[in-house]
Design a protein around this ligand. Structure first.
Ligand SMILES: C[S@@+](CC[C@H](N)C(=O)[O-])C[C@H]1O[C@@H](n2cnc3c(N)ncnc32)[C@H](O)[C@@H]1O
Length: 380
C-alpha cells in the first residue's frame, strides 16, 4: 500500500476492499493507464459476468486460484471470438478493422488483473514462479507491491521462454535470443537475403536499428571486419550486446545508442525498418509500425551522407504495406529518388511463415501476395 500523502514516481491503481480502500503500483508495458473502476473477483466469478464487466471497462482484481484465472481469460477470449467480424470493403479497411479488433481484444482481456508482491511472487494459489520473467522486463524487484494484467504476465512468461530458448537462425548456424519487446527474427527469409547478397566490401558496415543484433551477426559471420550497429531502444541495445557477445562477435561489432546512423561513412549500410507505416498503439509496437515512415524516410534521406563513394545501402522492406494500401510502389521509388539515391539492384524472396498460408486470417490476401526485398541503393 502507498501512503496517500506521498506522490509515487509511478502510476497507482486504487480499489475498494472489505477493510477499506487499497492501492498499489500499476504496471503496464503497453502504457495503458490504471483502470478507474476495479472490483474483486475470485473462483466464484463466472465468465459471462467477467466478460460483461470487462467490456464495460470495469477491471477485475483476482483473488482466487491462478490457474482458474487463466481459464477465465481463455473463456473471455472465446466470447470475443464469437462476435461476427465486420466485413471489410478493401484491404486497407481490413487492416484498420484488424487493428481495431486487436485493440478491443487487448482492452477487454487486459481487464483481468492479478497482484504481484514486491519480490515478484504472485500471492495466489497454484501461481507459477514469475520472478525471473518479471525481473527481465521490469528490472530488479523493489519495495512496492503491484497490480498487473494477467495477460501481460502471460506475455512475460512467453517472452522469458523465448529468451531462454532462442530462435534458430540457419544463416548463422546459431540461435538468437530475443528480449521482451525487441523485434524477434522469427521470419528468416529477410535474414537469408542479407546472408546471400554479394558484399560491396568486407571492411566496414553499419547496421541501422539492430534489434536483437541478428543482421550485424550475419555480416560479421560473412567476414565483415567491423560492424557498427545502432538502436534507440535500451532493451534492443542490451539484447544485441548479449547476443553478439555470446556468438563471439563482441570485438568485431560495436553497439551504439544512436538515432539512425552512427557517425561517419561506410561502404555498406544495412537497415530493416518496421514494415508498416502506421501509428504504434503501444511502446512495444515500435518495432512493427513506423509512424509516418519516420525510420524509412530517415534512413533514405540520410543514406547518401553515410555511404563511402561507390558504397551500397541495403534497405530491407516487404511490400505488405503496398498490398494493404498503406503505401504505393511509386511512393517508395519517389522517396528513393528524392533522397538522391538510385536502385542498383533488388533481391526478392517470398515469406515462408505459416500465416501466409492461413486463409482464415483477415489479412490473408495481402500476406499471400507479399514479397520481401533487399533494395541495393547507391548515391546518385
Ligand atoms: C524491424 S526492427 C529490425 C531489427 C533487426 N535489424 C532485424 O532485422 O531483426 C527495427 C529496429 O529499429 C529500431 N529503431 C527504430 N527507430 C530507430 C532510430 N531512429 N534509430 C535507431 N534504431 C531505431 C527499433 O528499436 C528496432 O529494434
Amino acid at each position: 500500500m502507498t501512503p496517500s500523502s506521498e506522490i509515487p514516481p509511478f502510476p497507482v491503481i486504487s480499489w475498494p476492499e472489505a477493510d477499506g480502500p487499497q492501492s498499489a503500483r500499476w504496471r503496464s508495458e503497453a502504457g495503458v493507464p490504471p483502470p478507474k473502476r476495479v472490483v474483486i473477483a475470485d473462483d466464484r466469478t463466472t465468465a459471462d459476468s467477467a466478460y460483461r464487466l470487462a467490456c464495460e471497462g470495469t477491471a477485475l482484481l483476482w483473488r482466487g486460484d491462478f490457474q482458474n484465472a487463466r481459464q477465465l481469460l481463455q473463456a473471455m477470449s472465446r466470447r470475443l471470438e464469437r462476435k461476427p467480424p465486420k466485413r471489410a470493403t478493401s484491404p486497407l479497411d481490413a487492416f484498420n478493422l484488424h487493428r481495431q479488433a486487436q485493440s478491443q481484444r487487448a482492452r477487454t482481456l487486459g481487464m483481468l488483473l492479478i497482484p504481484l508482491d514486491a519480490d515478484y511472487t504472485i500471492p495466489l494459489r497454484r501461481a507459477p514462479n514469475v520472478q525471473d520473467a518479471c525481473a527481465e522486463t521490469y528490472g530488479p524487484a523493489g519495495a512496492d507491491t503491484s497490480v498487473v494484467s494477467l495477460r501481460e504476465v502471460l506475455g512475460l512468461i512467453g517472452a522469458h521462454e523465448w529468451r531462454k530458448k532462442g530462435v534458430e537462425i540457419p544463416a548463422l548456424g546459431e540461435r538468437i535470443h530475443p528480449y521482451y519487446g525487441v523485434f524477434s527474427p522469427v521470419r528468416g527469409e529477410y535474414i537469408d537475403l542479407v546472408a546471400r547478397t554479394p558484399l560491396p566490401s568486407q571492411g566496414l558496415a553499419f547496421d541501422v536499428g539492430t534489434g536483437t543484433g541478428v543482421l550485424a551477426a550475419v555480416l560479421a559471420k560473412r567476414g565483415v571486419q567491423k560492424v557498427v550497429a545502432t538502436d534507440q531502444d535500451p532493451r534492443a541495445l542490451a539484447c544485441a550486446q548479449e547476443n553478439l557477445a555470446r556468438l563471439g562477435y563482441a570485438d568485431s561489432v560495436e553497439i551504439l545508442d544512436a538515432d539512425l546512423f552512427p557517425p561517419g561513412r561506410a561502404p555498406l549500410v544495412v537497415c530493416n525498418p518496421p514494415w508498416l507505416p502506421a501509428r504504434p498503439a503501444s511502446p512495444i509496437e515500435y518495432a512493427i509500425y513506423d509512424h509516418e515512415s519516420r525510420m524509412l524516410l530517415g534512413f533514405l534521406n540520410g543514406l547518401a551522407d553515410h555511404l563511402e563513394p561507390g558504397g551500397e545501402g541495403w534497405l530491407i522492406l516487404s511490400d505488405f504495406a503496398e498490398h494493404l494500401g498503406l503505401r504505393t510502389r511509386d511512393d517508395l521509388l519517389a522517396a528513393i529518388d528524392r533522397a538522391g539515391l538510385i536502385v542498383a539492384g533488388r533481391e526478392d524472396i517470398r515469406p515462408r511463415h505459416p500465416k501466409a498460408a492461413d486463409a482464415s486470417d483477415p489479412l490473408h490476401a495481402a500476406r499471400a501476395a507479399e514479397v520481401t526485398s533487399l533494395w541495393r541503393l547507391k548515391a546518385r
